[in-house]
Design a protein around this ligand. Structure first.
Ligand code: SF4
Ligand code: SF4
Length: 145
């Protein structure tokens, strides 16, 4: 019996349909965290999330209107693929753009959106709102990936 390869193994990021592209997001929530960058271009993640981020569900509270509510929210597009270095190493867009494979905990592999939370890859219940932060330097954190 032959298995049909899934779209993320046969299509480039540029070739994917909008629903396919969206489904690649594993829901880790790390792109909604504030990041700091030093003079050498090193990026430091914090645990301070965008004010519109649901810290338990790990998703945007108003995804459809996110750009109007948070103007500097980055909406990922295939054309941005060459500049995805600021995303966490676990992010599916970055993984695929670097020639890697989706991990076992990715919802597209496991078939379960909760698998990323069980695996401890997401930021579920581990963030605070940026509105409650006085100094972002105090919130720098080393996430697992
Ligand atoms: S870092 Fe990547 S996989 Fe995680 S929520 Fe953001 S876009 Fe989705
Ligand atoms: S507006 Fe929504 S998608 Fe954008 S950073 Fe904030 S929580 Fe994340």
């Amino acid at each position: 019996m032959t298995r049909k390869k899934p779209f993320w193994e046969t299509k480039s990021l540029h070739e994917m349909s909008q629903p396919e592209w969206e489904s690649l997001c594993d829901g880790c929530g790390k792109c909604c965290l504030n990041k700091l960058i030093n003079d050498d271009g090193d990026i430091f993640f914090t645990d301070a999330a965008c004010w519109l981020f649901d810290r338990h569900e790990c998703r945007c509270l108003d995804y459809g209107n996110r750009k109007s509510k948070v103007p500097d929210c980055v909406v990922l597009k295939p054309r941005d693929i060459s500049s995805l270095h600021w995303l966490p190493a676990s992010c599916a867009y970055r993984v695929l753009s670097e020639g890697g494979k989706l991990a076992d905990w990715h919802p597209l592999i496991s078939g379960d959106p909760q698998s990323i939370h069980r695996a401890g890859i997401s930021v579920r219940d581990r963030t605070i709102s940026e509105n409650d932060v006085l100094d972002l330097d105090d919130r720098i954190i080393d996430w697992i990936e």
